[in-house]
Design a protein around this ligand. Structure first.
Ligand SMILES: C[S@@+](CC[C@H](N)C(=O)[O-])C[C@H]1O[C@@H](n2cnc3c(N)ncnc32)[C@H](O)[C@@H]1O
Length: 308
């Protein structure tokens, strides 16, 4: 499939499936997240990590691949800005975003690899779970465009998952073991869980196809880096730092974290570890938070002349 066809299929997926509402504030796409109450505090704190690295005020904030701005935490990133520019390839995403961002927003249908904006205009930029939809050959363009439009002396944040994150690869047996143990424990205690859908979603014992399989749409194009791939792409082109956004996947949370098995406590421990070792867990964990800082114009000129 050509790069253009890939983008078109991603757009069609989000217009027709991903951003179709299945509840008042819930989209089809939300099935990729762990929405159980036990994980909410941990997920909230991970979302708020993005804000730490962005200027707290400015003129324009760019939300690249904004989707419908689906989590309340996202709104806080641009609260000190004059306007939030929601840019997305999906018109449905933008219509939904307008319902949440309202007058504070400007809504632009566009492609992250060819941004329709002047250089150096945004005081802050986030691109959350967007670049993983861009084909590998175009990922450099996407990062380059975000960097071009960022104002000097400001920072932007990119969050995407790694492919084969080492921590998750090495946790597979542990996850399977925990799921089996939980299944055994629930059968032994004839436990009716507080969250029956979740139990059904992941019960390997179920003879029926799981809810996840029944309702999960086919999905769309995703291509991810491993840490070395991203480092190769960005080194020498921009100043970047890889930190942790969230070290574990949704599958890990669902397999290992249960409200009545100290789930909230274990997530506190995990968050503490992430705060203590952000660089290590950013590289080996599931979701890195990439912070890119654009130097002042003078430093950029010095960099260019020393390159010559
Ligand atoms: C997984 S969703 C994430 C949405 C939002 N950033 C979030 O974290 O909830 C990916 C979004 O990126 C958009 N997208 C995918 N490819 C894009 C591209 N080439 N240019 C702009 N937006 C794109 C999709 O339409 C979708 O709304």
């Amino acid at each position: 499939m050509s790069e253009e066809n890939i983008k078109q299929s991603v757009r069609e997926f989000y217009d027709q499936v991903g951003w179709q509402a299945i509840g008042e504030t819930l989209y089809q796409n939300a099935q990729y997240e762990d929405l159980r109450p036990v994980s909410q505090v941990y997920l909230h704190r991970c979302h708020m990590r993005v804000k730490r690295h962005l200027a707290h005020s400015g003129t324009y904030f760019l939300d690249a691949g904004s989707g419908p701005v689906q989590y309340p935490e996202y709104l806080t990133y641009s609260e000190g800005y004059q306007a939030r520019v929601c840019m997305d390839i999906s018109i449905v995403a933008l219509k939904e975003a307008r319902k949440r961002v309202g007058e504070h927003g400007l809504y632009v249908l566009g492609d992250i690899t060819h941004l329709p904006f002047k250089s150096d205009v945004f005081d802050g930029i986030s691109a959350l779970h967007t670049i993983h939809h861009v084909p590998m050959a175009d990922k450099g363009l996407a990062y380059g465009e975000l960097f071009r439009t960022l104002r000097p002396e400001r920072s932007m944040v990119v969050v995407d998952g790694w492919t084969n994150a080492p921590l998750m690869v090495h946790s597979k047996r542990f996850m399977a073991g925990m799921q089996r143990l939980r299944g055994w424990w629930e059968r032994k205690n004839k436990k009716v869980t507080e969250e029956p859908e979740d139990k059904e979603l992941h019960s390997k014992q179920s003879k029926e196809p799981s809810l996840e399989k029944k309702f999960r749409p086919a999905g769309t194009f995703v291509e991810k880096f491993d840490a070395d791939g991203l480092i190769d792409l960005l080194t020498g082109k921009m100043n970047f730092e890889i930190l942790v956004w969230r070290s574990v996947s949704v599958a890990f949370l669902r397999a290992v974290i249960y409200p009545d098995w100290g789930g909230r406590f274990w997530l506190k421990v995990l968050f503490w570890l992430e705060e203590r070792f952000p660089r290590l867990l950013g590289r080996v964990g599931q979701y890195p938070l990439v912070v890119i800082h654009k130097p002042s114009e003078t430093s950029q000129q010095q960099l260019t002349s020393s390159d010559v």
